[in-house]
Design a binder for this molecule. Structure first.
Ligand SMILES: Nc1ncnc2c1ncn2[C@@H]1O[C@H](COP(=O)(O)OP(=O)(O)OP(=O)(O)O)[C@@H](O)[C@H]1O
Ligand SMILES: [Mg+2]
Length: 887
């Protein structure tokens, strides 16, 4: 097997990696924890996931932490010149061989790999050496045994040996069988002779039985012919008898029918005579019917007449009530005229009253207005007179304020000037202190003068100060007065507004003085009364006019009623006239006559249907006569037919006799029974013959078989001998092969180990040993001419030996495993041994077609053909090709 490509998704630290592998030495290099071993694990998982010895829950345990999606592994490889691809993820698994799908179930794929590539034990022990497990193969004997057997092909030899044993057992069984067969030869021959004898006896019996059957058949045919002739005659006779009976039956029925028709014809004739008599009577009654009908229609006028009288009475009543209404018309008209007159006279004064009422309303408005103004002034606590005075006060305050302001200005000026004077004086006074010259007149001042001048100054200053005091008091007084005046002037706008109201009040009062209120009040009252009366009149008039209209209508109706009454009178007279024309004085007379006619009329009614009944009776008679004629004809025909049948019966009776028929039937039956018996016997004999014939065949076959077995048994005996020889040879070969294999492995492992230990150890010894009745393989190391056990070795040396042993297995030429995978082979090796390992890899491992080594040891790059770097970047593995190697 050679691995070509591996794709990994979400597996351990790998999110998405792809690694290509080449032939030769592939080195996966990188720091601790980079994800190198994971790549090897992925190869292993792709091949064996689903194998019974594969750990459960493997997928979950190895899914990358925080992965989006599940694990996906795709491994491409070659084996025995075919290319393969295994794909596995959480949803599907498939194994493809040269492009064709050959397995889909995870466990099927693992089983296929186990059978067709390498058993999982071989893969994990000889071919894929996990990190830290290098020495496992040499320390665990059981595994060593298993791997060696596989690698050396011992199992194949053992299989061949076992197969040979099976074949020998089978051949022996066959030989036994053949022997037993041959022993039965005499017995079979005896049976054969006996069967042949029985066969010829049976044949003779059959020919006798056939002769008898032929004879009986002849007799039977004859009896059958006679019997069938008589039977057909009998059948013919029976048929004719039946026909005869039917015809006789029909003749009887026909006769009865004719009799029936005749009775019916008699009855019909009688009925016709009766009906003809009745028809005569009907003719006599016809004038009665005519008169009766006419009188009935005359009598119907009686009802009409009474209806007319009734409506005449009703109309007369109506006429009276209408006449009453018409009489009222004049009275209503008079009322209307009176009201109209009153209306006219009221209308004359109405306009004047309306005008005065308008004035009265206006006066009421003005009174209310004056009241409002008065209230307003009262609320302000003033009167027009008071207002006048207050406004005058404001005016004079305004004038006074003007004067006041002037005076204040003057006073302020005065104060300012005095203040100036005072300051001057003070300045001069200060200049005077210590000065020898008068500050004003610039003349020299005597010492005594200084006091005088000072006193003068002081007097002047104090007089100014007094004036100033007076002036400021005055100014204060003026300011007080100004405040008061301002207060007065501030109320001016309110006063002006109230003055306007007072003016309006005056105006309104003047207007009001022009009205005569009492007179206007009276006129307004009259106006209201007149208006109410006018409305009433209008309503009354409307009612009266409506009434009048109603009454006018009554007048028209009265005319119509009168006209109708007149018509009714005419109609009544006409009816009377008709009665008289028929010769009757009254309707009672008509009723009397009708009563007289009643019985005859009723008889007429009862006979009215007679003519049609007569018609029908005649028709029926004719049809009955026709039917009777037909029946008579049919009867004639039937009689002729009967004669013909009778003639035929007579003729056949002469040919047929019942005794002869019964005799023939008996003979026929007996002969048939005998024939059947003979046939059954013949059949039995024939069956027996067939049986004997079959037995004969079987015995002949058996005899031939025995003759064949006599020849075959020699060949089987020879094959057994050959097979035994073959088995012995295989056992020998197995031993030889094992010996050779062990020697070869021992040689390669020994050389490699010796080289790695630089001759400290001279080689290894692999021996098959028997211990406690069990065979096993024993591994020893040569040290200074001695064979020593593995416990003799140091840890590093044990690893070196493990490596050497694996190498030897991989290089064993007969069962080349093609692939070797080593995960960290160097951890416990010192520098010297690592160097040696590089050398060994370069010289020895290159003999294996494909080697994959995982290491963080950069030195190994010197031995590699192809270097792949694995790094861990931020918790994710990254794989890239680093170089084609130094080699
Ligand atoms: N399920 C997982 N999800 C994410 N990271 C994982 C998971 N399982 C293991 N790892 C990480 O993968 C790394 C182990 O990978 P691996 O054993 O392949 O490393 P290595 O390159 O062989 O290292 P060493 O040289 O130490 O043997 C660890 O650093 C670990 O943190
Ligand atoms: Mg590792």
């Amino acid at each position: 097997m050679r691995i070509r490509r591996l794709k990994i998704r979400n597996f351990r630290a790998h999110e998405k990696s792809e690694v290509e592998f080449n032939d030769g030495i592939n080195l996966l290099i990188g720091q601790n924890g980079a994800g190198k071993s994971s790549i090897l694990e992925a190869i292993f998982a792709a091949l064996y996931m689903g194998h019974p010895s594969f750990p459960r829950g493997y997928l979950q345990a190895n899914t990358r932490v925080n992965a989006k999606g599940g694990i996906g592994l795709t491994l491409e490889f070659e084996h025995d010149e075919k290319s393969y691809k295994i794909h596995r993820d959480t949803k599907k698994s498939e194994l493809i061989e040269d492009g064709a799908l050959i397995a889909e179930k995870s466990s099927d794929i693992a089983r296929w790999v186990e059978r067709n590539i390498y058993p999982i034990q071989v893969f994990t022990n000889a071919l894929y050496i996990r990190q830290g497990e290098i020495e496992g193969i040499i320390t665990n004997r059981e595994i060593m045994e298993k791997v060696l057997r596989k690698v050396l092909g011992i199992d194949d030899y053992e299989n061949a040996e076992k197969n040979a044993t099976d074949v020998i057992r089978e051949l022996k069984r066959k030989k036994d069988y053949l022997k037993k067969l041959i022993e039965r030869k005499a017995e079979v021959e005896e049976s054969l002779r006996e069967a042949e004898k029985r066969f010829s006896e049976t044949l003779r019996r059959i020919s006798e039985l056939r002769e008898r059957e032929r004879k009986l058949q002849g007799e039977f045919d004859e009896a059958e012919k006679e019997y069938s002739r008589l039977r057909s005659l009998k059948e013919e006779l029976d048929k004719l008898e039946k026909e005869k009976a039917i015809i006789e039956q029909r003749i009887k029925a026909e006769k009865e029918r004719i009799k029936d028709y005749e009775t019916q014809i008699e009855e019909a004739k009688k009925e016709i005579t009766e009906l003809e008599e009745k028809a005569e009577r009907l003719k006599d009654l016809e004038p009665v019917e005519k008169e009766y009908v006419k009188l009935k229609s005359l009598l119907s006028l009686k009802d009409e007449l009474s209806k007319l009288s009734l409506s005449e009475a009703k109309l007369a009543e109506k006429k009276r009530s209408l006449e009453e209404k018409v009489a009222k018309v004049e009275e209503v008209q008079k009322n209307i005229e009176e009201l109209e007159r009153e209306e006219k006279s009221l209308r004359r004064d109405y306009e004047e009253l309306k005008r005065k009422n308008g004035l009265y309303q206006r006066a009421l408005q003005l009174t209310a207005e004056a009241e409002r103004y008065r209230n307003e002034l009262e609320k302000a606590g003033t009167t027009p007179e008071k207002l006048e005075k207050e406004l005058e006060e404001v005016e004079s305050a305004k004038e006074r304020l003007e004067d006041l302001r002037e005076e204040m200005a003057r006073t302020r000026e005065e104060i300012a000037s005095l203040t100036g004077q005072k300051e001057n004086l003070l300045e001069n006074l200060s200049k005077l202190e210590g000065a020898k010259v008068c500050p004003l007149c610039k003349r020299p001042i005597e010492e005594h003068e200084e006091g005088e001048i000072k006193a003068e100054y002081d007097a002047e200053i104090s007089s100014i100060e007094k004036k100033l005091e007076k002036l400021s008091k005055k100014l204060e007084k003026l300011r007080q007065e100004e405040l008061k005046l301002r207060e007065v002037i501030k109320g001016e706008s309110r006063l002006i507004r109230l003055k306007k109201t007072a003016d309006l009040l005056q105006e309104v009062e003047e207007k009001l003085s022009k009205y005569d209120i009492e007179e206007l009040e009276r006129a307004a009252e009259e106006f209201e009364n007149t208006k109410a009366r006018l409305i009433e009149i209008k309503r009354e008039l409307r009612h009266l006019r409506e009434e009048l209209e109603e009454l006018e209508k009554a007048k028209e109706e009265l005319e119509r009623v009168e006209k109708r009454l007149e018509e009714i009178g005419k109609e009544k007279a006409e009816i009377e006239k008709k009665l008289q024309a028929e010769g009757f004085g009254s309707f009672e007379e008509v009723e009397g006559r009708i009563k007289e006619l009643e019985p005859a009329y009723r008889e007429y009614l009862s006979l009215r249907n007679v003519p049609s009944q007569l018609e029908r009776a005649k028709k029926r008679l004719a049809s009955l006569e026709g039917k009777r004629r037909e029946s008579v004809e049919r009867l004639e025909g039937l009689r002729t037919e009967l004669n013909v049948v009778k003639g035929k019966i007579k003729k056949l009776s002469e040919e047929f006799s019942l005794e002869a028929y019964n005799e023939a039937e008996k003979r026929y039956m007996e002969s048939a029974k005998e024939l059947e018996k003979a046939k059954a016997e013949l059949k039995g004999a024939e069956e027996l013959r067939d049986e004997v014939m079959k037995l004969l065949d079987e015995l002949k076959v058996k005899k031939r078989e025995i003759e064949k077995a006599e020849k075959e048994i020699e060949a089987v005996e020879k094959a057994i001998a050959d097979m035994i020889t073959f088995k012995e040879k295989v056992a020998r070969l197995k031993a030889e092969e094992e010996l050779r294999g062990l020697e070869e492995v021992q040689k390669i492992a020994g050389e490699t180990f010796s080289e790695m230990t630089e001759g400290k150890y001279q080689g290894v010894k692999l021996k098959r040993e028997k211990k406690y009745g069990k065979e096993r393989i024993d591994l020893k190391v040569l040290y200074a001419g001695n064979e020593v056990g593995l416990e003799f070795l140091s840890g590093g040396e044990r690893i070196a030996l493990g490596l050497a042993f694996r190498l030897a297995l991989s290089l064993y030429k007969v069962r080349n495993l093609e692939l070797l995978i080593l995960d960290e082979p160097t951890p416990f090796l010192d520098e010297e041994r690592r160097k040696k390992l590089v050398e060994i890899i370069s010289s020895q491992l290159r003999k294996i077609p494909q080697v994959i080594i995982v290491s963080h040891d950069e030195e190994l790059k010197d031995a590699a053909d192809y270097v792949i770097r694995v790094e861990n970047v931020g918790g994710k593995s990254r794989v890239e090709v680093e170089s084609l190697g130094a080699y």
